[in-house]
Design a protein around this ligand. Structure first.
Ligand SMILES: *Cc1c(COP(=O)(O)O)cnc(C)c1O
Length: 358
């Protein structure tokens, strides 16, 4: 199926000079491109009016369902200038599939995957000048969808608006990779069995912010959540999955049980590590095990992974009774380099992960 987007170019795009200034140090999530994609859905009619249009505020009725009952999902992925001069994205088909699964969990209309993929290509093509050219920079794409029916009754919405915006982002690690410090939350959990932990929905993030604030108070960068039932097993951070690296070269990562977000970076690392002959076990991993093995030195390294930072070493881990620190970064650095090299087109792509846009 070919999908025809109506293209309405921005009549007042940001000037070359101003854009160049914005792209010198964009940070994360504050510098936006000139356009956005919108596609509407109505029950009985399906998806309609796919458009590329000037980025602008969206008027929504105060009774729109999303403002009351939070039917909202999103995705996050990046477009890059690859080594050979082409413009690429990393595994967008996996984001399309996850977006559909998130929609199904939240009782929303699933967006056809080819429409999702076409929408990203359209936005990247029209806003390609917003892709930073410096090492480590990228155009972060944020597809999202929300319930737009004007009705206060509690039920799945009959109308949805799907939008894609793009934000120029700089290298996550300006001035070198710095290990993150984590706070192990005791009072808060992120998701429970049967809940929405495996869906990429805004509500999960809203629920994580009190714990994140607590981490900041303790001088930590991020929270690590334990399972909601026993408060024993490590799940993930607020927005990144975790891996543990042992001195015999094996790795452990928490199994996907329905309460953990199935990260595409996580999946890519599993594939890469196993192809390199490493043993990677997906299983329940308790905080006690983490602490004991880090203290004995058997556990050399731990890292967090997700699209924004790719792979970040974990340094200090704080909890109410104390803290411990892991200092190894060798395997973490190697996996990070191998994955980034595939993403940026500097290494062969045997898995067909890189999607060429231009
Ligand atoms: C998006 C996300 C991740 C990481 O997923 P990637 O596909 O690797 O970017 C991990 N945990 C949560 C809660 C997330 O929302």
């Amino acid at each position: 199926m070919s999908i025809e987007f109506e293209i309405r170019p921005n009549p007042q795009p940001v000037s070359d000079l101003e854009r160049a200034a914005l792209l010198t140090d964009p940070g994360f999530g504050r510098v936006f491109s000139d356009h956005m994609v919108t596609v509407r859905y109505a029950e009985g009619k399906g998806w309609y009016d796919p458009r590329v249009e000037p980025r602008a505020p969206i008027a929504i009725d105060p009774a729109s369902a999303v403002l009351h009952y939070a039917q909202e999902i999103f995705e996050g992925l990046k477009a890059y200038h690859a080594h050979d001069g082409s413009v690429t994205m990393f595994r967008p088909d996996a984001n399309a599939a996850r977006f559909r699964r998130s929609a199904e969990r939240m009782a929303m209309a699933p967006l056809p995957e080819d429409l999702f993929l076409a929408s990203l290509d359209e936005l990247v093509r029209i806003d390609r000048q917003w892709i930073p050219t410096d090492e480590g920079g990228s155009l972060y794409l944020r597809p999202f969808m929300f319930a737009s029916e004007v009705f206060l009754g509690v039920k799945p919405s009959s109308d949805y608006l799907y939008v894609v915006i793009a934000s120029a982002v700089g290298s996550y690690f300006k001035g070198g990779v710095k290990p993150v410090a984590l706070w192990v939350s005791q009072d808060y959990t992120r998701s429970a069995p049967g809940g929405t932990g495996a869906a990429k929905c805004g509500g999960n993030y809203a629920a994580s912010l009190s714990a994140q604030a607590e981490a900041a108070e303790r001088g930590c960068d991020q929270v690590v959540f334990l399972d909601a039932v026993e408060r024993r097993y490590v799940e993930e951070l607020g927005g990144m999955n975790v891996f543990f690296v042992y001195d015999d070269g094996t790795m452990v990562t928490p199994a996907l049980t329905g309460t953990i977000l199935p990260g595409i970076t996580r999946d890519s690392i599993l594939t890469l590590a196993r192809d390199r002959g490493m043993t990677v076990v997906e299983r329940p991993y308790s905080f006690d095990e983490w602490r004991t093995d880090a203290e004995s030195g058997k556990l050399r390294e731990a890292f967090a992974c997700g699209t924004a930072a790719v792979i970040t070493p974990i340094g200090r881990v704080a909890f109410p009774d104390g803290e411990f620190t892991m200092t190894g970064t060798e395997v973490t650095e190697r996996l990070r380099r191998e994955l980034v090299d595939i993403q940026r087109g500097r290494a062969a792509d045997p898995y067909g992960w890189v999607h060429r846009v231009i």
